[in-house]
Design a protein around this ligand. Structure first.
Ligand SMILES: O=C(O)C1=C[C@@H](OP(=O)(O)O)[C@@H](O)[C@H](O)C1
Ligand SMILES: C=C(OP(=O)(O)O)C(=O)O
Length: 427
């Protein structure tokens, strides 16, 4: 395949797009969102808050959304089950808000979503006094939530999960005291950064000499609508970073991408693997760091990825694994057991599909070991409807001998509906 050359503009960040709609809905006044991601997951968040009585105007051709917030106590009882689709972020964050409401609600998603673990929020929310139950009593959605007075707690989370942290911080807006969450290493901090902009009394602290991080929130009377331009999603940029590095004779400029350090672990890994990446035009908007990323073809070598960098690149591991399969030498990915509870068990879906393409890869309990350098060959990729698997293996296809067929490739709509348009424009 000849080199990929050109500029790519990445759609808005999924995590930030979700949060703009959620926080805008419970703020006073209007929240105007530009560069909103119209992926199916964020549309599920819009759908849920519309069902809760919030007027949300969308002009998706312009990636613009206006949320007419009704304040912390302005949501209406839903007239139907809240459909969270495929989105773990929608499910866990909205549950924190719903736990503090004076009405009953039920939420449910697709088959993948309804098999993902929700005990991680049910247990700490219950400690706060919430009434939240797994309808099938299997620790998963559908979830049923009924009114309760919430109390502030301190929660020592066993997992570094921004969804757990954000769920509890949002419930903390409705509690009668301070709520704090300590996580073993810092997960993405968009909730902390954005809620502060909306006027919440929220703080973050780090333990000196440890990777532990604590975020705490006190209840407040009002949040205030904001004007937000969502940065490009580094998790979507990751596919073009990988393509630029592994396809011979490539040079790609990826514009306007969020490089918040709690998200940008992939940049450090690429550097450790010998990747030629330059950050240009670095700036900060709305508390979020942004840059243009220039990527050039590089001779990659293996590395070890473990410890507190893992939460900063968790969604990028499928495409990092593809880079590792192409690199010379061995890459070891550890401490990433969270991969098992994403849209699919991503240790299994990544290693099965890489093996099918001829890579030398072994799954482990908390990651995988990849001996890079085997030539990859085309095959049918079983995405199991996981958007990140479809995109990661579309990049692998660029360097594979023969044709690769991505089954159910439409699942990219979850986080990156224009992925294949951008991909084809570069070819
Ligand atoms: O808070 C968020 O927006 C997200 C947090 C991460 O999940 P966990 O918190 O479960 O690690 C990530 O995998 C997901 O894509 C988005
Ligand atoms: C894990 C992901 O999202 P969510 O947890 O919101 O479904 C993802 O986008 O890779």
């Amino acid at each position: 395949m000849s080199g990929l050359k050109g500029k790519v503009t990445i759609p808005g960040d999924k995590s930030i797009s979700h949060r703009c709609v959620m926080f805008g809905s419970i703020a006073n006044g209007t929240t105007e969102i530009h560069n909103f991601l119209s992926g199916a997951d964020c549309l599920a968040t819009i759908r849920c808050f519309s069902t809760l009585g919030i007027k949300i105007e969308t002009d998706l051709s312009q990636s613009k959304v206006i949320v007419h917030g009704k304040g912390l106590h302005g949501l209406n009882a839903p007239s139907s089950i809240l459909d969270v689709g495929n989105s773990g972020t929608t499910t866990r964050l909205i549950s924190g808000i719903l736990a503090g409401q004076p009405f009953n609600s039920e939420l449910s998603g697709d088959e993948s979503l309804n098999s993902r673990p929700m005990k991680r929020i049910i247990e700490p929310l219950t400690s706060m006094g919430a009434n939240i139950a797994s309808v099938l009593q299997n620790g998963c959605a559908p979830l049923y939530i009924t009114p309760a007075q919430l109390h502030g707690i301190h929660y020592d989370s066993p997992v570094a999960s921004a969804q757990v942290k954000s769920c509890l911080l949002l419930a903390g807006l409705y509690a009668d005291g301070e709520t704090s969450v300590t996580e073993p290493s810092l997960s993405r901090n968009h909730t902390e950064l954005m809620l502060r902009e909306f006027g919440a009394d929220i703080r973050s602290t780090y333990e000196i000499g440890s990777t532990k991080a604590t975020a705490s929130i006190r209840p407040c009377t009002d949040l205030y609508g904001q004007k937000i331009t969502v940065p490009g999603d580094i998790s979507s940029a990751a596919y073009f970073i990988a393509a630029g590095l592994i396809v011979p004779d490539s040079e790609i400029l990826i514009e306007n991408t969020g490089i918040n350090p709690t998200r940008a672990g992939i940049l450090k890994v690429c550097e450790d693997m010998g990747g030629d990446i330059t950050l240009l035009n670095e700036r900060t908007e709305g508390g979020e760091k942004i840059a243009d990323i220039l990527v050039r073809t590089s001779k990659l070598h293996g590395t070890t990825i473990e410890g507190d960098i893992i939460p900063t690149l968790i969604d990028e591991i499928p495409v990092i694994a593809v880079m590792a399969a192409v690199a010379e030498g061995t890459t070891v990915i550890k401490d990433a057991a969270e991969l098992k509870v994403k849209e699919t068990d991503r240790i299994e879906t990544v290693t099965d599909n890489l093996k099918a393409m001829g890579a030398d890869v072994t799954p482990t309990d908390d990651g995988m070991i990849i001996h890079g350098g085997n030539p990859l060959h085309g095959t049918s990729i079983h995405t199991l409807l996981d958007h990140r698997i479809a995109m990661a293996f579309s990049i692998a296809a660029l360097v594979a001998e023969g044709n690769t067929k991505i089954l159910d490739s439409k699942c990219v709509d979850v986080s990156y509906p224009t992925f294949y348009d951008t991909f084809e424009a570069l070819l």
